[in-house]
Design a protein. Structure first.
Length: 125
């Protein structure tokens, strides 16, 4: 079993290690638990998962992003909220506001937006 935080209400749930999705016991919304690797253009209103997301060099995400951890080698256009760490490599670019407990930015990376970093940032919606 592992613990996950709901991307909708922030409530904590205990789920099976191999589960791919569950319903939050607090708000009854569906939670995606999968990890994603984005290699092409991906545009949606909101991209939310309790798992980790890697945006590859040729990948682009145009959406509001809510994730466990985020590694950006390509482009993200939209606000980002991570429960863990946001990491932006030298080829990475984020255009939008960030909120996460930890932020790692390599030299040469592009960030354009407001950054809210620290333990309190993960608790805000």
């Amino acid at each position: 079993m592992k613990r996950v935080l709901c991307t909708h209400c922030g409530g904590e749930d205990e789920v099976a290690e191999r589960a791919m999705s569950v319903f939050c016991s607090h708000c009854r919304q569906r939670l995606i638990l999968e990890d994603y690797r984005i290699k092409s253009y991906h545009a949606v209103r909101e991209f939310a998962t309790c798992g980790d997301v890697v945006v590859e060099k040729r990948g682009t995400v145009a959406a509001r992003v809510i994730v466990g951890n985020l590694l950006v080698k390509g482009r993200v256009q939209g606000d980002v909220r991570a429960r863990g760490k946001i990491e932006v490599t030298r080829s990475g670019e984020i255009r939008g506001d960030l909120s996460a407990p930890r932020l790692v930015v390599e030299g040469g990376a592009t960030l354009k937006g407001f950054c809210r970093i620290g333990a309190a940032a993960a608790e805000r919606h």
